[in-house]
Ligand binder design. Structure first.
Ligand SMILES: [Zn+2]
Length: 177
């Protein structure tokens, strides 16, 4: 009989036979990428070639969301999907502004949940919205940021006064235009 290798389930971290398709400990598919249709990248590439840029983004982004779900967090596959999304954005920046901001907001929300919040993503998102002259999107970013900060532990310091001021200013600006 051949000796079967064992690997840690990415969800519960118990050791599982490496040819197992269902973890006997937590009932999930135990290894990275097992929840992803292997044709996803190919399909997205084809959609992009056919000019359906938003469709390609939507397909990849939906998978990214599922692979970053708190219950089904598959870091490796999520990272690959994220790279695909970034590359797609870099080729079609003008078309994917709202989508790119959503992706940055996803990253922030995930960070807030897992306790490794990356403020530089906020700066990046704000810069993109300001360059694109989209105060509505900047407002969305800052409001999300404020919610995330409230999610984070109490000891986390931030200047909520400035943030509130800027959010109010953007609201006034949007309502008066
Ligand atoms: Zn498991």
């Amino acid at each position: 009989m051949q000796d079967k290798g064992k690997e840690a389930c990415i969800f519960c971290e118990e050791l599982v036979d490496s040819d197992e398709v269902e973890c006997p400990h937590c009932g999930k598919k135990p290894f990275s990428g097992m929840y992803l249709d292997p044709k996803t990248y190919e399909t997205a590439n084809q959609m992009e070639k056919d000019g359906d840029i938003k469709g390609a983004w939507k397909l990849l982004h939906e998978e990214y969301r599922q692979h970053t779900d708190v219950e089904y967090f598959d870091e490796e596959t999520a990272g690959i999907l994220h790279d695909y999304l970034e590359a797609l954005y870099s080729r079609h920046q003008g078309l994917l502004l709202v989508e790119k901001i959503d992706l940055l907001l996803d990253g922030l929300q995930i960070g807030a949940y897992w306790g490794h919040y990356d403020d530089s993503l906020v700066e990046q998102a704000v810069e993109i919205t300001q360059d694109a002259k989209r105060p509505d999107l900047e407002l969305k970013v800052l409001e999300n940021h404020r919610n995330n900060k409230q999610t984070l532990s109490k000891g986390y310091e931030f200047d909520s006064g400035n943030l509130d001021q800027r959010i109010q200013k953007l609201k006034n600006m949007l309502h008066s235009s």
